[in-house]
Design a protein around this ligand. Structure first.
Ligand code: FAD
Length: 565
């Protein structure tokens, strides 16, 4: 065993640990302490849990047949775990843990909790699609939930019908990607989860730690409103099953809890019969008041054929209509009369809705869509319609991803900013931000805007939303293009605009809350949570008393690194 530890610390870690932990502290003493700490960490994990370690390929081969989790210090693992989709921060962990199941996660966390000196930082990483290092664990261990465990068909649970619930559900691994959940439930009974994100290559645990929203949220609520039960590994290393009636504090606290209370290893997700096809419709507005009035009217409709199933929208400066990465819709195949927009300079708003249908409703879908559109006030002649299979609609952003990857435009910095804005102030937001800070331009990527009904969000969850019956998501999903000729698309310019948007919201008292929040100081977090802060802090103290979990969120003081102590 000692040989393995020696291998671990002599090869790959020496360089990588320097990167984050010991940048600027290059004297031999600091390095010696680092090595001592790593020996301690690894031996603690090995002796407490009996975990195999993979310091190099030869050892990996030797350990190939060993069951249970695997602790890796391979440079490729460390590099992957040290970055995320945002490409804005990099912090390297000491090791990456690949669990085979909940018991492995529990064993690792228990070992970290038991370690003298205040615990070891542990962060679950779903698919690493955070923006600002939320799934990183500088100087600690990243638990690779998504790549570490791929359910074999024989091991996956099947959908279950519950007479009590009056519908189906499925139990899934917390690191499972939503695209895999979808494909599996479709193949087993033609079922699908009810509530989505726009992009499906995100993990169940990752989105449930935030909320998980898309255009269905106005009706079904966010994904966290569509979960019946969780298994959570707490910060003490205990696996706790929780639901509305069983350990409700942990259940609701973990939903939208930013990974602070535990690692979700199993989620029981509500399912519905999946429709076969989707009528996907977009229509343009130049008048913001009419645009938002129509959106709010549509989300107030809750019944059957008299409503759309999905309501979103986005801001399009006329200059960005064609180049926007979500605008492939306005392609030459569509009978688009862009000429009708010639006289519109400045900002336009695009309503996006869908009507689902299957064989039994195919005969009435046109009529239903016509009736719903007939009551809206978009610019005449700007309705664009596509008809496609339900799965293709749900997986639409992945198609954009593939195109961007081809152009080398996916793995670039993403200074994204997501805000929940109360409906009563959305017009002020329009004039202050879209026409003010942004100067009627949408440089850098899509800006989504759509309303949701607060009564579909359970107030017992940890997610923070504005205090109004209706609030909007406004999502600035912009990419900084390295070497861009347009200075407005540089990282610096986009980050400056984000700051200006937040300053405007503060100064104008908009009452916006960040979604996928990123705050730096604890007083900012306290302001974010508002009167919910005391409860959240109490739950943190109860379920993660050493504040070891998801330290990349930067909410609570984390266990000290050896170098700091
Ligand atoms: P990670 O980045 O891996 O983790 C996020 C946080 O959750 C970290 O703090 C991590 O420690 C914690 N965590 C991860 N797994 C677990 C677990 N099993 N248990 C407890 N904590 C855990 N969001 C929406 O709501 N709607 C959208 O439409 C949407 N579209 C997106 C499109 C793209 C292209 C991208 C990049 C992001 C999008 N998001 C959207 C945001 C996304 O939901 C969050 O960033 C989410 O956290 C990403 O999931 P992940 O699995 O990559 O999480």
């Amino acid at each position: 065993m000692q040989e393995e530890i020696d291998l671990v610390i002599s090869e790959p870690l020496a360089g990588s640990v320097q990167y984050e932990m010991f940048r600027g502290q290059r004297n031999g003493w600091a390095m010696a302490r680092c090595l001592v700490f790593m020996v301690f960490l690894v031996s603690c994990l090995i002796s407490t849990v009996g975990l195999p370690v993979e310091p190099a390929d030869e050892v990996a081969m030797q350990l190939g047949g060993v069951g249970g989790g695997r602790l890796s210090v391979e440079p490729s693992d460390l590099t992957e775990a040290s970055r995320d989709f945002g490409r804005l921060t990099m912090s390297e962990p000491l090791a990456v843990f690949h669990p085979r199941g909940a018991e492995d996660v529990a064993a690792l966390v228990k070992a970290a909790y038991a370690s003298p000196g205040g615990g070891i930082r542990v962060s679950a990483r779903g698919h690493g699609h955070s923006i600002s290092g939320q799934a990183q664990a500088p100087g600690g261990v990243v638990v690779d939930m998504s790549h570490g465990w791929r359910a074999e068909a024989a091991e996956r649970a099947l959908p279950v019908y519950s007479p009590d619930l009056g519908g189906h559900y499925i139990d899934v691994w917390g690191g499972e990607l939503w695209i895999d959940v979808l494909n599996w439930t479709l193949a087993h009974g033609g079922l699908a989860p009810r509530s989505w994100t726009d992009y499906l290559y995100l993990s169940v645990g990752g989105t449930l730690s935030n909320a998980g929203i898309s255009g269905q949220a106005f009706h079904h609520g966010p994904q966290i409103s569509n979960v019946y039960e969780l298994d959570v590994v707490t910060g003490k290393g205990e696996v706790v099953t929780c639901s509305e009636s069983n350990n409700p504090d942990l259940f609701f606290g973990a939903l939208g809890g930013l990974g602070q209370l535990g690692i979700i290893t199993r989620a029981r997700i509500a399912l519905e019969p999946a429709p076969h096809r989707v009528r996907w419709i977009r229509a343009l507005y130049s008048n913001f008041t009419e645009f938002t009035a129509d959106q709010e009217r549509l989300i107030s409709l809750q019944h059957g054929s008299r409503r759309f199933e999905y309501v979103e929208g986005f801001v399009v400066a006329a200059e960005g209509l064609i180049n926007n990465w979500r605008s492939s819709f306005f392609s030459p195949q569509n009978p688009v009369k862009l000429s009708s927009l010639k006289h519109h300079s400045g900002v336009l708003y695009c309503l996006e809705v869908t009507k689902n249908y299957d064989d039994s409703t195919a005969g009435t879908v046109d009529q239903d869509v016509e009736a719903l559109l007939g009551e809206l006030n978009f610019i005449p002649g700007t309705v664009f319609t596509t008809d496609l299979p339900y799965v293709d609609f749900l997986d639409r952003v992945h198609k954009a991803e593939l195109k961007l990857r081809d152009k080398g435009m996916w793995e670039v910095p993403h200074p994204w900013l997501n805000l929940f804005v109360p409906a009563s102030r959305i017009a002020d937001f329009d004039s202050g931000v879209f026409r003010g800070v942004l100067g009627s331009r949408t440089a850098g990527g899509p800006i989504l805007i759509y309303p949701m009904n607060k009564h579909k969000w359970d107030p017992r969850s940890s997610v923070v939303t504005p205090e109004e019956d209706v609030f909007y998501l406004v999502a600035f999903l912009r990419s900084a293009v390295p070497g861009a000729t347009d200075p407005a698309k540089s990282l610096e310019a986009l980050e400056r605009q984000n700051r200006e948007i937040l300053e405007f919201c503060d100064e104008a008292g908009i009452g916006a809350k960040q979604y996928l929040p990123n705050h730096k100081a604890q007083r900012e977090w306290e302001a974010h949570f508002g009167e919910r802060w005391a409860r959240f802090a109490r739950l943190k103290a109860e379920f993660d008393p050493r504040a070891m979990l998801a330290t990349g969120q930067g909410i609570f003081d984390s266990p000290p690194l050896l170098a700091e102590s």
